[in-house]
Design a protein around this ligand. Structure first.
Ligand SMILES: Nc1ncnc2c1ncn2[C@@H]1O[C@H](COP(=O)(O)OP(=O)(O)O)[C@@H](O)[C@H]1O
Ligand SMILES: [Mg+2]
Length: 349
C-alpha cells in the first residue's frame, strides 16, 4: 500500500513561533514512518515558506532555516496540484499531499488563514476549518456565540476605537477588579495583563493594542482554570479534565512554559459529577464553535461550582509534556496514538 504523504507545517509568522517549533518537533518524532511519509514545511517568523529535510534538533533550536536542504516551497492554491510546489535547482517539483498538519499556533496559522488556503487547494488537513478556527481565535466572537447558547462567559467589553483615558475609566466602572486585558486575537498569554487597580488600566490597554486592534476587557473569574481535550468528530474522545493550580498572579507567558509557581493536575482534583459537567460543557462548546479534529477547551470552575467558558485552542500546545496530550494520556492513549488518530480524523470526512 502506498504510504500517505503528510505535510507538517511548522513555525509561522506569529508571536507563538517558538512554541510551534517545540510542538512540531514532538509531532514529527511521533508520526508512524511505517504508515506515513512526511514532508516538512517551515515558515519563518517573517513568513517565508521553505521545504526542510533536516533533523529534529535544528527545528528545536531554531536553526532549521540554515540547513542545506531548505528551498522555497509553497502550497499551490490550484486544486489540480493538490500539493506543494518545491522550487529546487531551477525546477519546480510537485509533491502531492494526502493530509496537511498545520502545527502552527496563533496568528496566520491557528486563526483560519492557513486553513482557508488549504481549502482552496483542496488538501485535507488536521483540525478545525477556516471559519471555526477564526471564531475560536477571536475571544470576543467565541464568547458571544458560547454565551448565546446559554453557557456562562466572563463579563466583558470590547475596545476597538480610540478612547480618551477618562472615557476608558468610565466604561469599566461597572466591572469588579481584577480585570484581564487581552488582545482579542492572541495566545500564549502574550499581551495579557491582570489589572488589579484603576491606575494600571491605561498601560494594559495600550499593551494589548500592540497585538490586536480589538482589545477585550474581562472581569476576573474567581475560581481556577480547567481544560478538556477533545479528539475527533461526531462522538469525539474526551480526555481527562486537567486543572491549573496557581500560587500567584495568572497563567502568564513565562509561567506557561516554566511552571515555576504553578502546577497542572491531571486529573483535576474535583468530584466526578463536576468532571462530568465540565466534559459535557466542553463538547457543547466544541460543537457550538464548529470545531473539527481536535481542540482544547478551557473553562473556569468557580468556588460555587459554576463553569465559565474561557477559550478554545484549535491547535493547542503539542509537545510530549503539553496539557492536550497529557489529558488524553490520562484515558490511556499514547502520544503516537494521538497523532495517528488525528491523521485518521482528517482523512475520514
Ligand atoms: N476572566 C479571567 N478570569 C481569571 N483569569 C483569567 C481570565 N482571563 C484570563 N485569565 C488568566 O489569563 C490566562 C491567559 O488568558 P487566556 O484568555 O487563556 O489567553 P491565551 O489565549 O493567551 O491563553 C488564563 O490561563 C488565566 O490564567
Ligand atoms: Mg489560554
Amino acid at each position: 500500500m502506498r504510504k500517505k504523504m503528510i505535510a507538517v507545517l511548522f513555525g509561522g509568522c506569529s508571536d507563538e513561533y517558538d512554541v510551534s517549533l517545540q510542538s512540531a518537533s514532538s509531532i514529527i518524532e511521533n508520526i508512524d514512518s511505517e504508515k506515513y511519509r512526511i514532508i516538512m514545511v517551515g515558515i519563518t517568523r517573517q513568513g517565508e515558506w521553505k521545504r526542510y529535510d533536516g533533523g529534529i534538533r535544528e527545528i528545536q533550536n531554531d536553526s532549521w532555516m540554515n540547513h542545506a536542504s531548505c528551498v522555497p516551497a509553497i502550497i499551490s492554491p490550484d486544486r489540480k496540484t493538490r500539493g506543494i510546489l518545491v522550487f529546487e535547482g531551477g525546477r519546480i517539483e510537485i509533491v502531492r499531499i494526502d493530509v496537511a498538519f498545520p502545527v502552527l499556533h496563533g496568528r496566520n496559522g491557528e486563526d483560519g488563514r492557513v486553513q482557508g488556503l488549504l481549502e482552496m487547494a483542496g488538501i485535507s488537513y488536521i483540525g478545525s476549518g477556516m471559519l471555526s478556527s477564526a471564531m475560536c481565535m477571536d475571544k470576543d466572537i467565541a464568547h458571544r456565540l458560547v454565551s448565546n447558547a446559554g453557557i456562562k462567559t466572563p463579563s466583558s467589553m470590547i475596545i476597538d476605537t480610540e478612547l480618551s483615558d477618562e472615557e476608558l475609566e468610565k466604561r469599566v466602572l461597572k466591572f469588579k477588579y481584577p480585570l484581564f486585558i487581552k488582545p482579542s486575537n492572541g495566545g500564549s498569554s502574550i499581551g495579557i495583563t491582570r489589572v488589579s487597580d484603576r491606575c494600571e488600566l491605561k498601560d494594559a490597554v495600550y499593551d494589548a493594542l500592540r497585538y490586536d486592534r480589538k482589545v477585550i476587557i474581562e472581569e476576573g473569574v474567581d475560581g481556577f482554570e480547567v481544560g478538556c481535550a477533545i479528539l475527533g468528530n461526531g462522538s469525539p474522545m474526551i480526555g481527562e479534565v486537567d486543572e491549573i493550580e496557581l500560587s500567584q498572579g495568572f497563567f502568564d507567558n513565562i509561567e506557561k512554559y516554566t511552571l515555576k509557581s504553578s502546577r497542572i493536575h491531571v486529573p483535576a482534583r474535583i468530584d466526578t459529577d463536576t468532571t462530568g459537567r465540565i466534559k459535557e460543557t466542553a463538547v457543547k462548546i466544541y460543537r457550538i464553535l464548529g470545531c473539527k479534529g481536535y481542540a482544547r477547551v478551557d473553562m473556569f470552575l468557580t468556588k460555587g461550582g459554576e463553569i465559565v467558558f474561557n477559550e478554545v485552542n484549535t491547535i493547542p500546545g503539542f509537545t510530549s509534556h503539553s496539557r492536550y496530550p497529557n489529558m488524553l494520556k490520562g484515558i490511556g492513549m499514547t502520544f503516537p496514538q494521538i497523532v495517528d488518530e488525528l491523521i485518521r480524523s482528517a482523512t475520514q470526512e
